[in-house]
Design a protein around this ligand. Structure first.
Ligand code: ITT
Length: 196
């Protein structure tokens, strides 16, 4: 790259403002400026978050030629054999939290994980780099959210292990202490801030 944005500015290709707001708070701590890019990106169908993220980041890079990340996240429910996994966005749009809770009526084992993969790419790389984060928790029996707090997607039904609040009862700063996304973002930021 001729003039270097690397290490100082990052472009996040996403259509999800909530994801971006969580990321911005993490990047602030590392003095990395973040910009949201709403580029349309191809999302391949795959069981593998890493594959999806890597394909998307290359697509996104082709459109802007900037140091860029994408994130792909999934929810893996143990008793449902890891459903919905990488299809979380589709399942959320179709059956939503109510539908997922219905599938889990009478189920004792509530264990679930969120996983996040951040893929980074720039003109100096041959292949994208991936950074991963995970949070273990449970799907509670009824949705819980607090007015004026934050939360999107499955946040009202997911509670990290050893925590008495759901993600939807937390502020962004609190959620970032536990979340899959913040864990992956911190790994990325630790690496990225030393790049130039
Ligand atoms: P992109 O444009 O970045 O792809 P997206 O919302 O489609 O945004 P994903 O493909 O990663 O993102 O979809 C994952 C879905 O899983 C997302 O739409 C939510 O419904 C759910 N999800 C992911 N992370 C979550 C979180 O931190 N809290 C609650 N739900 C989450």
């Amino acid at each position: 790259m001729s003039f270097s944005l690397k290490g100082k500015v990052i472009f996040f290709a996403t259509s999800n403002i909530n994801k971006f707001n969580e990321a911005r708070k993490v990047f602030n701590k590392y003095k990395i400026a973040a910009a949201m890019l709403r580029v349309k990106k191809l999302e391949i169908q795959s069981n593998n978050l890493e594959e999806i993220a890597k394909t998307s980041v290359i697509e996104a890079f082709k459109k802007c030629n900037l140091p860029i990340i994408v994130e792909d996240a999934g929810l893996f429910v143990e008793t449902l054999n890891d459903f919905p996994g990488p299809y979380a966005a589709y399942v959320y749009k179709t059956i939503g939290n109510k539908g997922l809770l219905k599938l889990m009526e009478q189920v004792e084992n509530r264990k679930a994980k969120f996983r996040s993969v951040i893929a980074y790419y720039d003109a100096d790389l041959e292949v994208p780099l991936c950074f991963k984060g995970e949070v273990v928790g449970e799907i509670i029996k009824e949705q819980r959210k607090t007015k004026n707090k934050y939360g999107f997607g499955f946040d009202p039904i997911f509670k990290p292990i050893d925590c008495d609040k759901t993600f939807a009862e937390m502020s962004i700063t609190e959620k970032n202490k536990y979340s899959h996304r913040a864990r992956a973002l911190r790994k990325f930021a630790e690496w990225y801030r030393h790049q130039q």
